[in-house]
Design a binder for this molecule. Structure first.
Ligand code: X2X
Length: 336
């Protein structure tokens, strides 16, 4: 009897500890969020903003831990979607370019010169075409929640100014994502080479590639001019939206309340990031110019020459993307 008491107390203490651990883990569940770019860029800031809002509104029940630089997929950004689908990654704020190898519908955004301006992007993402794209993602085991924006992509190189398709002749251009990019740059007479962003920076530095294409924010923050990219052509040839998304099983395991919080905070973080990205464009361009980069703006005629030169890409890829989706998007753009 005398020894039973301390034992009971010990058992009670153990049970108490177990309960405490259980309630603590119920209170703070950590979920991983993959991004390609860190919080030095609007893209990474979007993920951090999301994490901040989720932590606040779930009162600490959910903690989003952001893993930048594609580190959860060993630098290979085109594997991010598969990793999220399989549950290796819980969530991501990812680029349509990087997910397009697994979700062909996302190639819509990479069709050269399909999106004329920001209003066109908003008309597509915010309308029926956007719903169709979210359905396409969901049918592949990932729950999309909201849109963000990496931005309109501009062309840079180390060789000389580019103002017409012939200027790209033989230039080695780094691209990423689906083979659509190979087609676009081949059609322009360039020599495209596919590589991750992690590999792109040393390749630009050593001169293994002559050029690359990325939004102004990426060019500016990464100081791409300092690795010899002294010529920049503003051609707005495509816009790269970001998508906030969650693995299906993680989603199913959450309470209705927490799902709602995840969605509403993703929408807020996305809207915040899109506005910031767009507002900063002109300052970024000014900063890039100040650093001595030669910026080429296309005349209407020059722009048209690029549109004509890449028309075959549209014809080849529309059926792969889905004619109904391309038409729905085109209608939204026309009606904007
Ligand atoms: O790799 C790129 O070019 C980047 C950072 O823009 C994307 O992830 C699509």
């Amino acid at each position: 009897m005398t020894s039973a008491r301390p034992l009971t107390r010990f058992a009670a203490a153990l049970a108490g500890a177990a309960m405490l651990t259980a309630s603590l883990s119920a209170q703070a569940r950590e979920l991983s969020v993959s991004t390609v770019l860190s919080d030095a860029f609007p893209w990474g800031q979007a993920a951090e903003k999301w994490a901040e809002l989720v932590e606040e509104r779930t009162e600490g029940r959910l903690t989003l831990r952001v893993y930048p630089n594609s580190q959860l997929v060993a630098g290979d950004q085109t594997r991010e979607f598969s990793a999220m689908r399989s549950g290796l990654i819980d969530m991501a704020v990812g680029s349509t370019i990087n997910w397009s190898p697994q979700v062909p519908e996302l190639n819509l955004f990479s069709l050269p010169f399909f999106m004329p301006d920001e209003d066109a992007v908003d008309a597509v993402t915010g309308g029926e075409a956007g719903d169709m794209i979210f359905e396409a993602i969901e049918s592949r085991g990932v729950i999309p929640l909201a849109w963000g924006e990496n931005g309109f992509r501009q062309l840079s190189n180390s060789r000389g100014p580019i103002s017409e398709p012939g200027d790209l002749d033989g230039l080695k251009i780094r691209v990423v994502g689906s083979p659509l990019f190979q087609d676009t740059f081949n059609t322009l007479g360039a020599d495209p080479t596919q590589m991750s962003w992690t590999d792109a920076q040393p390749a630009l530095t050593t001169g293994a590639v002559d050029g690359q294409e990325n939004p102004l924010s990426v060019f500016d923050v990464s100081r791409i001019d300092q690795v010899g990219q002294e010529y920049l052509t503003l051609w707005n040839y495509m816009n790269d939206p970001l998508i906030f998304a969650v693995n299906q099983r993680v989603w199913d395991s959450l309470s209705a309340e927490d799902r709602e919080i995840l969605r509403e905070t993703a929408v807020e973080a996305g809207e915040w990031e899109i506005a910031m990205t767009r507002e900063e464009e002109s300052e970024r361009l000014a900063a890039i110019r100040e650093r001595g980069v030669q910026v080429t703006e296309l005349t209407e005629e020059q722009h048209e020459a690029f549109v004509q030169a890449t028309a075959s890409v549209y014809d080849k890829w529309s059926p792969r993307i889905g004619k109904e989706l391309v038409d729905t998007a085109q209608e939204a753009i026309d009606a904007r």
